[in-house]
Design a protein around this ligand. Structure first.
Ligand code: F6P
Length: 553
């Protein structure tokens, strides 16, 4: 490994650019957004950027021109652009797993050349996309039938983490583009209730299971897939030969797929250079493609590509993922922000933040740097949020008047989505009025003087005062199309990338999920037999004993 990204780096908090930001933060003090806006009437327009169909307004961020310059200098000093270019070139920047990180190749045009270990991966990407498209068309048209000859009415995706959250989220987002007589359901939890509720009203003869697992070893998925196979064969009263018509697999592990009993001809492949949480535009998106059709899926890929190109080529001053990433670094370290809210004003984005949680928190929830040294700076935030306006009637109180610093992204759309009945279209302005009102209230608040001037009794003035100065980014697009979804996801993927690069963590491994898996494997037999309980710590041993007794064991 010869590239810059693999060389030992000066610790972030010893860089002069870091010190310059710390000093600048001190100088900024409690400067209020009210003052910043008053000082620059053009701030709203000046602090906004466009990428593709997205208008990104960052004027309500606690930054000045100087902050932005200093943040960009930090990005330059930490080699963000070099690591980005190495990623796009297919270098093995996932250093702990010695893997390339090439989700961008999943949406590269057919004539692109992107090499991993000397081999151009683009033709294989497009071959799988074509195979997915042909299969999707057959299912959508009814040409693909089940074992008894009936057409497929329900697709059940069985997967977890990156093999679930992406397609599940995107299916919700693009629901108005789906073939409405074809239902898609998602099973992820190893709690049998998940599978039970997903299949209890289904006709097995009309059901197609997609087993989605990059490794094909994930215990939750293999367990659910095994139970689904039993259910299917039991319902159909059929033998193993029915499996081929009702099970397909999405994986990098052909051997595991074959061992499970799925014909590898019915396997849609992807590769170890696609991280699980970066995979829904790979074969992992098959359920989505069946739902929305290949053409829409390709539109979505084009949206991803557009932002990839922007991230790769736009100058730092105009580079939106770079900006959003740097803002997160700014708040995490210099304002002690522990979390980041993503608040979409679209019902269709109900699973968007859950998807981002894995993308962001599994990527940057790290506490050692790329060389294995403990970091002495803040890394990834807690990402959370639900669609507005529901959140307004739940937790926004804390955003407005609590003691925590919580930067937030507000995502909204000018037009309501597609097939909304005209009677409901009218509600869209009300939704969006809330969208604009919230960022205004968060930024500017309401002063004690303003409250008092309304005749509020003095003792209530502090309670009705809004400090304001809560930073938000507003992302506005004309409409929530497949392309816009691709643009949004790529935007967040690259934002996460930028932060990992600055923090010098490996954003593409996830060793932190391993210990729990190993311990669960050890504990399961203890739950069944009680043997081995003495090796457990006293808390776990007592809990396991209680559990066993409650189960009558
Ligand atoms: O346990 C975490 C994880 O490895 C995620 O990174 C991944 O998305 C998920 O499990 C599912 O893995 P697989 O697709 O291999 O079943």
């Amino acid at each position: 490994m010869t590239a810059n990204h693999a060389t030992i780096r000066t610790p972030l908090d010893r860089l002069p650019q870091w010190a310059a930001l710390a000093k600048h933060r001190e100088e900024l003090g409690e400067q209020h957004l009210r003052e910043l806006f008053a000082a620059d009437p053009e701030r709203g327009r000046r602090y906004s950027l466009r990428v593709g169909d997205l208008l990104v307004d960052y004027s309500k961020q606690l930054v000045t021109d100087e902050t932005l310059v200093l943040l960009r200098e930090l990005a330059a000093a930490t080699g963000v652009a070099e690591l980005r270019d190495a990623m796009f070139r297919g270098e093995k920047i996932n250093i702990t797993e010695d893997r390339a990180v090439l989700h961008t190749a999943l949406r590269a045009p057919g004539d692109a050349v992107i090499e991993v270990d000397g081999e151009n991966v683009v033709p294989a990407v497009h071959a799988v996309l074509d195979k997915m498209a042909a299969f999707s068309d057959r299912v959508r048209s009814g040409e693909w039938t089940g074992y008894t000859g009936k057409r497929i009415r329900t697709v059940v995706n069985i997967g977890i983490g990156g093999s679930d959250l992406g397609p599940a989220m995107a299916y919700e987002v693009l629901r108005s583009y789906t073939q409405r007589d074809l239902d898609v359901r998602f099973v992820s939890n190893v709690d049998g209730a998940d599978l039970h509720e997903a299949v209890r009203d289904l006709d097995a003869a009309e059901t197609l299971f997609i087993v989605a697992s990059k490794t094909f070893t994930t215990i939750e998925t293999i367990t659910n897939a095994t139970s689904a196979r039993e259910w299917l064969l039991g319902q159909l009263g059929a033998g193993q030969d029915a499996v081929a018509k009702h099970f397909v697999a999405l994986s990098t592990n052909a051997e595991g797929v074959a061992d499970f009993g799925i014909d590898v001809a019915n396997m849609f492949e992807f590769w170890d250079w696609v991280g699980g949480r970066y995979s829904y535009d790979s074969a992992i998106g098959l359920s989505l493609m069946i739902a929305i059709g290949p053409e829409r899926f390709r539109e979505m890929l084009a949206g991803f590509r557009l932002v990839d190109e922007h991230f790769r080529t736009a100058p730092a001053e105009e580079n939106v993922p770079l900006l959003l990433g740097l803002l997160g670094v700014w708040y995490g370290e210099f304002f002690d922000a522990q979390s980041h809210a993503v608040l979409p004003y679209s019902h269709y984005l109900s699973k968007f933040t859950a998807y981002l949680q894995q993308l962001d928190m599994e990527s940057n929830g790290k506490s050692v740097d790329r060389e294995g040294n403990p970091v002495t700076w803040q890394t990834g935030p807690v990402v959370w949020g639900t669609p507005g306006t529901n959140g307004q009637h739940a937790y926004y109180q804390l955003l407005h008047q609590g003691t925590k610093m919580i930067p937030a992204d507000f995502i909204g759309f000018a037009k309501p989505v597609g097939d909304l009945p005209s009677g409901l279209v009218a509600q869209h302005d009300l939704l969006m009025a809330n969208f604009f009102a919230q960022t205004q209230a968060l930024a500017f608040g309401k002063t004690p003087q303003e409250v008092a001037a309304e005749g509020v009794p003095a003792r209530l003035v502090p309670h009705k005062t809004f400090k304001g100065n809560h930073p938000t980014t507003t992302i506005l697009a004309a409409e929530l199309t497949p392309s816009v979804l691709g643009q949004l996801i790529a935007l967040y993927e690259h934002k996460v990338f930028v932060q990992g690069a600055v923090w010098n963590v490996d954003s593409f491994d996830q060793w932190g999920v391993e210990l729990g898996k190993v311990l669960a494997k050890r504990i399961e037999p203890v739950l069944l037999t009680g043997e081995g309980a003495e090796a457990l710590d006293s808390s776990t041993a007592a809990l396991v004993a209680d559990y066993r007794s409650l189960r009558g064991r």
